[in-house]
Design a protein around this ligand. Structure first.
Ligand code: NDP
Length: 492
């Protein structure tokens, strides 16, 4: 087993307590690497290193153009290593090699884009109402950004934070998920190779339950950028509030894929199936509710089952595999518990509905692609995020009811609309309470387009032009050009 070190202040180090933990391969259900178990002392060291780097001329003194060039150099290094990093991600989180490879090959675009944006952030000159005064603004970095990331798309979701934060001139303490630390550590090597000064990017591996609180509340940390579950997100937000820190939170979802009776059903079936079974449902944007017009419900469910049944499960490292294992033991148990809950609530399983015991699944943590019909909007299976390959089909009778059901959850991350009617799609695009709405498609994301949640799905936006603003603060500078300060005791 390879024994990894973490990155603090430009040095590869073990945890100060001397401990490491095993990271497991979900397909084999067995450990494959050792990773340092950071302590709160390590958090202090990393935050100190990041603050020092933030103030050091080697980073603070770089022009925005030079910062951008570093990011673009990094992009090229990632592109060259993409397939190797993808394989590590698959070994660590069990997601399909085809998906992780596609993600890794796409990640460089974020670093190119934000690298290009770094020197296009401009302040303003205000036509100020005080004679003889010049007033202008500067866009300045916040300082040390704590990036806390999950296991489902580890490097992609980290990239969404690191690229704009670094382009803006911040420094980073990155805490990857305990279930996907190895790819983070390998990725961090590329920052060194690209020439980022020591301490600009620090990686702390370990358990969120042990070091998360210290990191979020650390006095040197100026901002928290978090992706993960909404309960953890809530506690991060509460802690951040105590020290008045801004946050970007990208949390869960219970996204609706809404199929109208005039939809192209063949396309809609493919969209709904990929919306829930791609990534084994372990994605924040999973289209975990299919809202289907009652008149086509039986036909549509029949088609979903027909396609869902063809999914090939097995070794995620094989290119032919279409549905991989669940990433963690506890998530595996959680998904099976939700299946039991749904059955108990009276939802009717029409596909799957159990652990997968196919020979090609070995000892891995596999759940059969599962579809429940006859789901009522009030059921827990229709309200709570499962984060697994479990689809709830809910019937609706008219457009108003579809909108009502779609919006009737605490989440608001994404939605899909399947219809050929321009009025329907435009109305839905306006009225759905979701940060992203896909029309006759599902799952597209891009470095160019903002991504984030409404309601309990999160705060702030990642990707696109506005994302860099999440990592900047505006300073107002006043210059007196008259050279004569008035007597403070004489009112003008
Ligand atoms: P968490 O929200 O617990 O983990 C996300 C990140 O937060 C990890 O790096 C984790 O570290 C860290 N963390 C954990 N506790 C704290 C804390 N107290 N303070 C600061 N950081 C902390 O997600 P899980 O992995 O446990 O998954 C739970 C659920 O979250 C899933 O079932 C799913 O519903 C949802 N989820 C949503 C994701 C999304 O993309 N929106 C991604 C992943 C999960 P560590 O791994 O060491 O615990």
């Amino acid at each position: 087993m390879q024994d990894y070190k973490m990155l603090i202040g430009g040095a590869w180090v073990g945890a100060s307590g001397g401990e490491s933990f095993e990271t497991e391969n979900p397909y084999l259900g067995a450990p494959w690497a050792l990773v340092p178990r950071a302590t709160t002392d390590d958090v202090d060291r990393a935050c100190e290193a990041a603050r020092k780097a933030f103030r050091a001329p080697s980073w603070a003194g770089l022009t925005a153009t030079a910062r951008g060039a570093l990011l673009r150099r990094l992009a090229d290094l990632i592109a060259a290593e993409a397939d190797r990093l993808a394989e590590i991600e698959t070994r660590d989180n069990g997601k399909l090699i085809t998906e992780m490879r596609a993600q890794l090959r796409y990640i460089p675009q974020w670093f190119h884009y934000f690298g290009g944006l770094a020197d296009k952030v401009e302040g303003r000159v205000i036509p100020i109402d005080k004679p003889g005064m010049i007033n202008f603004t500067r866009e300045e970095p916040l300082g040390v950004v704590a990036a806390i990331t999950p296991w489902n798309s580890p490097l992609m979701l980290a990239t969404w934070k690191l690229a704009p934060a670094l382009a803006a001139g911040n420094t980073i303490v990155w805490k990857p998920s305990e279930f996907s630390s190895v790819s983070a550590l390998e990725f961090a090597r590329l920052f060194e190779k690209a020439g980022f000064p020591p301490g600009v990017v620090n990686v702390l591996t370990g358990f969120g339950s042990e070091i998360g609180e210290r990191l979020v509340s650390h006095p040197h940390v100026a901002k928290i950028a978090f992706t993960g579950g909404d309960r953890t997100g809530q506690s991060v937000y509460e802690l951040a509030a105590r020290s008045i820190k801004p946050v970007t939170l990208e949390l869960g979802g219970k996204s609706a894929n809404i199929v109208f009776k005039d939809a192209d059903l063949e396309n809609a079936v493919k969209g709904v199936v990929s919306g829930i079974f791609a990534a084994t449902g372990q994605t924040c944007i999973a289209g975990s509710r299919a809202l289907v017009h009652r008149s086509i419900q039986d036909e549509f469910v029949g088609k979903l089952v027909e396609l869902g049944r063809t999914a090939r499960m097995g070794d995620p490292l094989l290119e032919t595999t279409q549905v991989g294992p669940i990433t963690t033991r506890s998530q595996f148990k959680k998904v099976l518990d939700y299946i039991d809950i749904a059955k108990g609530e009276g939802a009717r399983p029409v596909l799957g509905g159990s652990q997968a015991s196919r020979p090609e699944c070995g000892n891995g943590w596999f759940v059969e692609p599962t579809i429940f019909a006859d789901v009522k909007p009030s059921m827990r299976i229709a309200q709570e995020e499962v984060f697994g390959p479990v689809l709830s089909v809910i019937a609706f009778d008219d457009d108003e009811e579809a909108i009502e059901i779609a919006n009737d959850t605490q989440y608001g991350l994404a939605a899909g609309v399947w219809s050929q009617n321009i009025k329907t799609v435009f109305t839905l695009a306006q009225r759905l309470e979701a940060g992203t709405v896909w029309i006759n498609s599902y799952r597209a994301t891009s470095y160019l387009s903002p991504f984030g949640g409404y309601k309990r799905s999160g705060i702030g936006r990642e990707s696109g032009l506005t994302a860099i603003r999440e990592y900047l603060q505006e300073k107002s500078v006043w210059i007196d050009t008259i050279g004569e300060v008035a007597n403070p005791f004489v009112q003008r």
